[in-house]
Write a protein that binds this ligand. Structure first.
Ligand code: XIL
Length: 456
């Protein structure tokens, strides 16, 4: 491709701007009319990509090459998304099935489709313990190290200038509390394999942003702390790293963490971009919609969160289809999660279809809990009823043995038992349907927290 190898961080909103300019020019004497007609879309897009672009972000999806002949799939892809990640086609087993023989056909089809439709590409993934071809699984030591360097060089050079960001290394840290590296054949080549991978990728494609990507790093925990320490060390020593990807595969066992935004922010504060790279949230209806909206709001609140990618288009396209974790149903219809995502991108509150304001006056409250052994964080969302609020109080009964450690955005009446959480000065006044959140950390277990909300 003819692009010079410059970093591809032109704002995604350039596309929107260009379209606007063309319409205004082409309409000639109707310029005034066109301006009025277009004004609403400048503040509220009607597709995920357009709305994200208005917030300076991209909105992407994983794409499978074998679905590019499915008209429904392609229709949604090219209407809604402006970033594409090949779901499997750039992995080591796909691109180098036997040593030094490279096959780019399927990945090329995805890149060509993206380019034809004005979408950018996230490359995924250059070095990973999983989806290695058999010949790599059988290598070790210096032979494996050289094979890795050769692989990264060849693949990243081949796509030089066409990739917005590469997941250079994927999933290199261990789950659980060890805070260490995952054991793998790559790790056994020496602890420096990750920085060697990043330096190799930079040399091969100096224009691509280079990311470290992982799962179970979405909140602050031993694993994300270990990644954080590595990124901070890389920045201190000048190892080239530009971004950290948070896969964000969520379900009931692994919910959106209460400190998701704070965790994104602490990485951003190290001087890297952060990206949500493989978002899917199992569930349905309002609960799923609310979780998607939370993820979007977290990204929008972190200025270095440059975009969100969902891991597939329709539920039936998902690698975990039974959890119906995506934004479109199997027939390609928009789900409540889609509407909540779009509304969150447009800066609105959660749409009325997913959390109707309580009828009449009053307010309602909903609690999300993130628990660990011996403690929990609860996030409480207050929604004003049709009359709005001048102030509110949420009653919650903590189970025996549970006691507050810390509360934010509300004032508790006591440390345990039946607690009334009153608004603080800046969040008491809500217009009809408006929401606000407060939270607290407590010792003990959460049990089932059933909130009641009273408005004044
Ligand atoms: C998954 C794909 O979606 C599946 O089609 C494939 O069978 C296995 O890999 N983390 C990653 C992704 O980084 O590459 C994985 O994708 C999902 C988990």
């Amino acid at each position: 491709m003819s692009n010079p190898p410059v970093r591809q961080d032109r704002p995604a909103r350039a596309r929107t701007g260009r379209r606007l300019a063309l319409v205004l020019t082409a309409t000639g004497v109707l310029v005034a009319g066109a301006t009025i007609a277009l004004a609403p879309s400048a503040s509220a897009g009607t597709t995920l990509a357009a709305s994200a672009a208005e917030r300076g972000r991209y909105f992407g999806t994983a794409v499978a090459a074998n679905k590019l002949s499915d008209a429904t799939y392609v229709g949604i892809l090219n209407r809604e998304f402006d970033m594409v990640t090949p779901e499997n086609e750039m992995k080591w087993d796909a691109t180098e099935p036997s040593q030094n023989t490279f096959t780019f056909g399927n990945a090329d089809r995805i890149v060509a489709s993206a380019q034809a439709n004005g979408q950018r590409v996230r490359g995924h993934a250059l070095a990973w313990h999983s989806q290695q071809p058999g010949w790599v699984q059988n290598l070790s030591g210096s032979a494996l190290r050289s094979a890795m360097v050769n692989h990264i060089t060849r693949v990243a050079s081949y796509y030089r200038g066409k990739i917005y960001a590469w997941d250079v290394v994927n999933e290199a840290f261990a789950d659980g509390g060890s805070g260490g590296r995952r054991d793998s054949n790559l790790q056994r080549t020496g602890n420096d394999w990750i920085e060697v991978a990043f330096r190799t990728a930079r040399a091969a494609d100096p224009g691509a942003k280079l990311c470290y990507n992982d799962y179970n790093t979405d909140g602050q925990n031993a694993k994300s702390n270990a990644v954080y320490a590595m990124v901070s060390d890389f920045k201190a020593r000048g190892v080239p790293i530009d971004c950290v990807g948070f896969q964000s595969h969520f379900n009931a066992q692994s919910p959106v963490p209460a400190d998701y935004q704070a965790n994104l922010q602490r990485f951003a504060d190290l001087g890297v971009d952060v990206q949500i790279t493989e978002l899917d949230i199992e569930g349905s209806g309002t609960a799923q919609a609310d979780n998607y909206a939370r993820v979007v709001r977290a990204c929008l609140a972190v200025s270095r969160c440059t975009g969100i990618t969902v891991w597939g288009i329709r539920d039936s396209d998902s690698w975990r289809a039974s959890g119906t974790p995506l934004l479109f149903d199997a027939a390609g219809n928009k789900k409540p999660a889609y509407t909540a995502t779009l509304n969150a991108l447009n800066g609105g509150s959660t749409p009325p279809t997913t959390t109707p304001p309580p009828a009449g006056g009053g307010c309602s409250a909903a609690v999300t809990v993130n628990a660990w052994n011996g403690g929990f964080v609860a996030t409480v969302r207050v929604t004003a009823g049709a009359g709005g609020t001048d102030g509110w109080a949420v009653g919650l009964t903590l189970p025996a043995g549970a006691a507050l450690v810390n509360t934010w955005n509300a004032t508790p009446s006591g440390p345990s038992g039946a607690v009334q959480f009153r608004n603080v000065a800046y969040n008491g006044r809500l217009t009809a349907g408006q929401t606000t959140e407060f939270g607290f950390q407590a010792n003990g277990s959460a049990g089932t927290l059933t909130p009641s909300c009273t408005a004044s």
